[in-house]
Ligand binder design. Sequence first.
Ligand code: ATP
Ligand code: MG
Length: 565
Amino acid sequence: MTTADVTPFPNFIRHLIAEDLKANKNEGRVVTRFPPEPNGYLHIGHAKSICLNFGIAAENGGICNLRFDDTNPTKEEVEYVESIKADVRWLGFDWGDRLFFASDYFGQLYQYAEQLTQAGKAYVCSLSPEEIREYRGTLTEPGRDSPYRGRPVAENLDLFRRMRAGEFPDEAHVLRAKIDMASPNLNLRDPVLYRILHAEHHRTGDQWCIYPMYDYAHPLSDALEGITHSICTLEFEDHRPLYDWILDELPVPCHPQQIEFARLNLSYTVMSKRKLLKLVNEGQVRSWDDPRMPTISGMRRRGYPPEAIRNFCERIGVGRRENIVDLALLEYCVREDLNKHAPRVMGVLRPLRVVIDNYPEGRVEELEAVNNPEDPAAGTRKVPFSRVLYLEREDFLEDPPKKFFRLAPGREVRLRYAYFIKCVGVVKDEQTGEVVELRCTYDPETRGGYAPDGRQVKATLHWVSAAHALKAEVRLYDRLFLKPNPGEAGDADFKTYFNPHSLQTLKSCRVEPSLAGAAPGSVYQFERQGYFCVDAADSKDGALIFNRTVTLRDPWAKILQAEKK
Ligand code: ATP
Ligand code: MG
């Protein structure tokens, strides 16, 4: 297991499983599953569920299955199945040979449904979907029995078999459990178990024209796989009596225990696959793996390490109360990991040309730069220095306010790994007045960054040599939504608060030459700027594209603090 880097915190599920093991329940076995519906890409909420299910199994010498809940053929696609497998693997988990599909069990599920019908526990109902809804009642009013509830067993069986044989159009009939139309729990008011759907399934083709409902297929799939602990999110708490009813009424191999926990909600983003699909389809983002997306593939493309995501999932804990986790915590985990592992380089996002007047033309020095101060084993590299450099435009102000210690006319600063330089002239565009070039001098005595006479400077700036630097595109990302809880606009208009500046593209950045041939997906710290990842899809040799993974510090935290004052 690759999760040894994460310290497990106690939580109620770990506690409960420890108790079960102590009591030798399930003969000491722990079998869990992660059951995604292949109707979209996985998001960070799913990562929480994956870490929990695979983590708890691994900690207890158990196993965790990957099972696709593919009971809804109209919304499910092979593309999603493949992306989900890739994401789970990338997160560091292994389902071994236990890759399952609910559709593997369609034959068995059908047999069970006939058994329920035979036992008088299920009936064929011929109300329309609207009528079924109407008859169901509300939270305050009991439901009414369907006029078909009293159908004799033989007729139910005959109709159910003919539903399967394809004799009826969609929605003509459904198979319903016969439980209690007056139950205070709406899920027990004769829930639908099977519906007619003349639709091609991505695995079973046109073999079936009736499909089981999730609430029916799920407990049975769990039981057929010998799951001991069926861990799911809180919204299924009210479904648990139905989960148990189905398993109690049928001769299943075991009766797994359903345990619910609070789903992860993250600020400044949305998490439902339906909403994420909308962002993709309507072009707000480029794709499911757009680095702004809270999807696992988006985070991978943005440069988040899987260790950081696992660590985050452990830190947020597992409880039974809904809350919204601050995106800043996820970013903190990302920084913490990258700080240890990402090599340092110099990159200038908004270049300003600087000429060192007293530095000989044509001369190039190879200066030694530290690859990672957190990791001495990472060693050093050479960075070329020459007469014409690029500095960060925002590191110069012609008329600096009091607390601005960086470059200004007449002022001396240190160039990282290089020399002290002093600004002696400012060249402007005659038309616009914009600063287009700085003239500086350097002090040859300060090589390495220290003055023999002990004089100090207040700033150290990053730079690149103009003749040697590589041109690069850098994509800066900001939060996807402007509000911590974009859902508060109401379900329909969650896009009202879409952040129009969530992507900013800088086309003429310059990075140090050591980045030539940088591997797609690799992450670097651009000194003083943040962490940047070589875009795995669009970056090419000779046309580098970087995604900003995360800034060095959180500018939003500062803004919020300032607002509080
Ligand atoms: P969504 O509402 O985002 O479409 P879902 O619950 O429909 O999610 P599934 O594919 O059914 O998606 O989810 C697979 C598993 O992941 C389920 O066990 C579900 O409970 C869990 N899960 C989904 N969203 C979250 C979340 N935000 N936090 C924790 N677990 C989640
Ligand atoms: Mg679902």
